[in-house]
Design a binder for this molecule. Structure first.
Ligand code: GH3
Ligand code: MG
Ligand code: MG
Ligand code: MG
Ligand code: MG
Length: 308
């Protein structure tokens, strides 16, 4: 393996969230203490109901679930099944902690969706080691997800991911009658960069523009590298007028960015098309088409401008 492909627990965000479910207060406290010392952020629940409530809270993104088998209002097995069935945004590493140490129990827990098993009484060293093993799996998952969902050159989400995310936002905006705007932009005379400075320099320009683009959006905005040197953003709860202000700022920032190439320093400009979702539009395609028409107009009018 090359150094770049090494899977290390360190590559995960340092404070992974862990949900610990156990009806025994002493065990909850013990696990919390052990894991907090290791840098985890621990949330505890004492029964299935509480666990489900906490899992539904949007502020959390649990990477780990450590659950007891027997809980006052149900079984850890059902909780695991539920998590595997419902939580799909990311992989949660699940450890079943129990004194049921026999082979049938182990098989049942794994079949329900547990990744690992921790025997009670809980040993600190074993708990930490099993969590590390989980960190390796999660780091691998994070890496593979990133490779599958993000463009290799710019690191931006791919068009496929973008379209999936916009589809959800589209329904929400239609249902609640919220404004939604689309901004599409294309680097001006990009072919010249490739021709004059070479393809590698062109790639460098794309990376830089992508970085400025990614730096200029909010968390709720949905962005992607749309095509070769075309980028697209869908801005929820944003009118065309607001989107134009944002696009104009981005246009300036891109134009002002000095891009350092091997043998030269260059600036590039880009042209922007902005459109807002209208009642008669059926889907994202219509909205992108409308923005694209404006982009064509921006090119025709002399480039380096925003048209809506
Ligand atoms: P305009 O102002 O009309 O947009 O002119 P342009 O030269 O930017 O437009 P055009 O769309 O004709 O050319 C885009 C070029 O982008 C063509 C293609 O070779 C180049 N390109 C597409 N993807 C990549 C890439 O990943 N890396 C590099 N270096 N070039 C790319
Ligand atoms: Mg119990
Ligand atoms: Mg073009
Ligand atoms: Mg271009
Ligand atoms: Mg183009």
């Amino acid at each position: 393996m090359t150094p770049g492909t090494k899977i290390q627990p360190e590559s995960l965000p340092t404070r992974s969230q862990v949900l610990v479910v156990d009806d025994d207060r002493l065990i909850r406290t013990l696990i919390r203490e052990f894991l907090t010392r290791e840098g985890y952020e621990v949330v505890t629940a004492e029964n299935c109901r509480q666990a489900l409530e906490v899992l539904e809270e949007e502020k959390h993104e649990f990477k780990f679930l450590v659950t007891d088998w027997e809980l006052p209002d149900g079984s850890g097995i059902d909780l695991i099944r539920h998590v595997r069935h419902v939580v799909s945004s990311h992989y949660m590493y699940i450890v079943m902690a129990t004194s049921h140490g026999n082979r049938e129990s182990l098989t049942q827990a794994l079949n329900a969706g547990a990744d690992d098993f921790l025997a009670k009484p809980i040993d600190r060293g074993e708990l930490v080691a099993r969590m590390r093993s989980g960190q390796r799996i999660l780091a691998l998952e994070t890496r593979l997800t990133h490779l599958a969902n993000n463009d290799l050159l710019t690191g931006l989400p791919t068009r496929r991911v973008f379209e999936d995310m916009v589809a959800k936002e589209w329904s929400r905006s239609r249902r609640y009658r919220l404004p939604l705007s689309c901004v599409i932009f294309d680097i001006d005379y990009f072919k010249r960069i490739n021709d004059v400075h070479g393809h590698a320099a062109g790639d460098q320009v794309l990376r830089e523009v992508g970085r400025v683009f990614a730096d200029s959006v909010r968390k709720s905005d949905i962005i992607c590298r749309y095509g070769g040197e075309e980028f697209c953003a869908v801005l929820p709860e944003t009118s065309a007028a607001q989107a134009c202000v944002w696009a104009e700022n981005l246009r300036k920032r891109i134009a002002e960015t000095e891009i350092i190439l091997d043998a030269a320093v260059v600036n590039v400009t880009s042209s922007f098309g902005v459109a807002e979702a209208m009642a008669e539009m059926e889907d994202l395609d219509n909205l992108v088409e409308a923005s694209d028409q404006c982009l064509i107009e921006a090119k025709q009018k002399g480039r380096n401008q925003v048209v809506s």
